[in-house]
Ligand binder design. Structure first.
Ligand SMILES: [Zn+2]
Length: 136
């Protein structure tokens, strides 16, 4: 099963990992800092499992106390970097409040566009075509 990065929480998780290895709680802090909302463990850990199953991240035990540190594998770095252009636009758009970016193609959506709720997250698309390609 390929990994789908369908919402802001997941994007921020892999983006944070791209910036350096992180503990699970550090990932949650990063997401909270960027979105203003504390993610639940169920938004983070199953996704980390999925990334692991796909060899995109690996886990290190730190300090002999069973503390887990997650970091991207080489395959994971490639995976994230392919998405980075779209990511940075989406992240920039969340800072510029009135601007949205199509979650599929990354183009800017100033007004209108199409909203879909996916995984409890509201995403915006420039057109129906992008929304459908993204979901399927
Ligand atoms: Zn689009």
């Amino acid at each position: 099963m390929p990994v789908k990065v369908r919402n802001m929480v997941k994007m921020l998780v892999i983006f944070s990992l791209w910036q350096g290895k992180k503990h699970g709680y550090e990932l949650m802090n990063e997401v909270e800092k960027k979105t203003g909302k504390r993610p639940s463990a169920s938004q983070i850990y199953p996704f980390l499992e999925k990334l692991m199953d796909n060899n995109l991240i690996e886990v290190e035990e730190e300090g002999g106390r069973g503390k887990k540190v997650y970091r991207l594998t080489e395959k994971g770095i490639e995976f994230v970097e392919k998405k980075l252009d779209i990511f940075s636009d989406i992240i920039a758009a969340t800072i510029e409040k009135d601007l949205s970016v199509c979650a599929h193609c990354g183009c800017k959506v100033y007004e209108g566009g199409i909203k879909k709720v996916i995984d409890e997250e509201e995403l915006k698309f420039c057109c129906e075509h992008c929304a459908e390609s993204y979901i399927s």
